[in-house]
Design a protein around this ligand. Structure first.
Ligand code: SAH
Ligand code: MG
Length: 229
């Protein structure tokens, strides 16, 4: 076997190993969508003159982080995984996506950071993934680095979803990618805000459709962001 083939086999093996970690992690990312996210991110990280920069908004216990981190590792990119780790409205007790196991007994609050860290360490992705703990809107307002890929999967209520879109979409560089999760064209399948963001991105003329899988939508920026949003 040639050295090139051997290297390719090793990389495929590592990717498969990482997918196994992603599947085992708690979270809200079906495997086919995670795989599609990986491919979108790998494309975004490839052919980069320096180091690709990815941002994930909404990490929870690190499931999507591992799919994205696998692409970061494969392309030498760096993934900033953002979450305050206290859960969205829809994760709180009494809501549909609550998981009692992630409640910190000492504080009574959701804390997914220990779970996220365990996922990343088990996957061995510490060299390609940086956890950023805090409010995504605050972080977006201080962010400077142009993004090769931004994955929005934070709070799905009206206010947090639009804040993430307004805060993060402008950071996607021209020619690079924005991915949005939980886009449901049919209201019977899920909440409206992520779908509305996707519609707004297309209506702005700044983005074009560039792939989808399940509720994952991938967009490519074709024009610069407008000043007033
Ligand atoms: N991508 C994850 C699921 C994310 S769930 C997966 O693959 O499983 C949504 C996450 O967004 C929650 O962990 C919640 O804490 C986070 N979140 C919601 N609003 C936020 C905000 N304003 N700032 C930072 N994180 C936020
Ligand atoms: Mg989601």
């Amino acid at each position: 076997m040639s050295a090139d083939n051997e290297r390719r086999d090793e990389m495929e093996h590592r990717t498969e190993q990482l997918f196994t970690h992603a599947r085992a992690a708690k979270g809200f990312m079906p495997d086919d969508e995670g795989t599609a996210l990986f491919h979108a991110a790998r494309r975004a990280g490839s052919d980069h003159p320096t180091t690709g920069t990815f941002v994930e908004v909404g990490a929870w216990c690190g499931k999507s982080t591992v799919y994205l981190g696998a692409a970061a590792e494969a392309t030498g990119a760096l993934l900033f995984s953002i979450d305050h780790h206290h859960g969205s409205e829809e994760n709180q007790p009494g809501w549909e996506h609550h998981d009692d196991e992630v409640v910190d007994r000492a504080t009574g609050r959701i804390d997914t950071l220990p779970f996220w860290r365990r996922t990343i360490d088990a996957a061995g992705l510490g060299g390609s993934v940086v956890g950023v703990v805090g409010n995504s809107t605050a972080i977006a307002s201080h962010w400077q680095t142009p993004l090769d890929l931004c994955f929005i999967d934070g709070g799905h209520g009206d206010e947090p979803a639009w804040a993430d879109f307004r805060g993060w979409a402008p950071h996607v560089a021209v020619g690079r990618w924005l991915a949005i999760h939980d886009v449901f064209p049919n209201p019977a399948d899920g909440g409206r805000p992520p779908y509305e963001l996707w519609c707004a991105a297309l209506a702005s003329g700044e983005f074009v459709e560039d792939g989808e899988c399940g509720s994952l939508r991938v967009l490519r920026r074709v024009g610069p962001p407008t000043e007033v949003r």
